[in-house]
Design a protein around this ligand. Structure first.
Ligand SMILES: [Zn+2]
Ligand SMILES: [Zn+2]
Length: 142
């Protein structure tokens, strides 16, 4: 989605497309590490020190509302945000919660067959695989 389409969505939902909100969009949509709200807040705060956590929440809600990102709830109650909304596998560390994407052409083919079988277009999907990441494995050995 182009930036002016995002701005139009903001207006449609009654939000002003402030530079702070657009900075949040830019950061989240380009990020590869499935950031948490805190990570996003801390990052954008460097450039916009007056930004509030509420603005970050609202903006993230709006972006998931319009289908530009997916909110990933986790069992520790901390959501992460995934800008990739097409079918892919999230490889999640059981210990630190880090999420990495795994894309697979095989999965996309398989998924399109599943969608045919379902007979409707899903609003979203989520495929998670769990493990301990390198860092956590190393610290377990210590
Ligand atoms: Zn880890
Ligand atoms: Zn992902």
């Amino acid at each position: 989605m182009e930036i002016n389409q995002i701005i139009a969505k903001f207006h449609e939902k009654g939000f002003k497309a402030t530079p702070q909100r657009l900075a949040i969009c830019k950061y989240v949509l380009l990020s590869k590490d499935h950031p948490t709200t805190d990570m996003i807040y801390n990052e954008v705060k460097q450039e916009y020190p007056t930004i509030s956590l509420a603005t970050v929440y609202q903006t993230l809600h709006l972006l998931s509302d319009i289908g530009l990102l997916q909110e990933l709830d986790s069992n520790n109650g901390i959501s992460r945000y995934d800008p990739k909304t097409s079918p892919h596998i999230n490889i999640i560390c059981k210990k630190c919660g880090k999420v990495e994407d795994y894309e697979s052409e095989r999965l996309e083919k398989f998924w399109s067959k599943i969608v045919d079988d379902l007979g409707f277009k899903p609003l979203g999907q989520r495929i998670d695989v769990y493990r301990y990441c390198e860092d956590c494995r190393r610290s377990r050995v210590k």
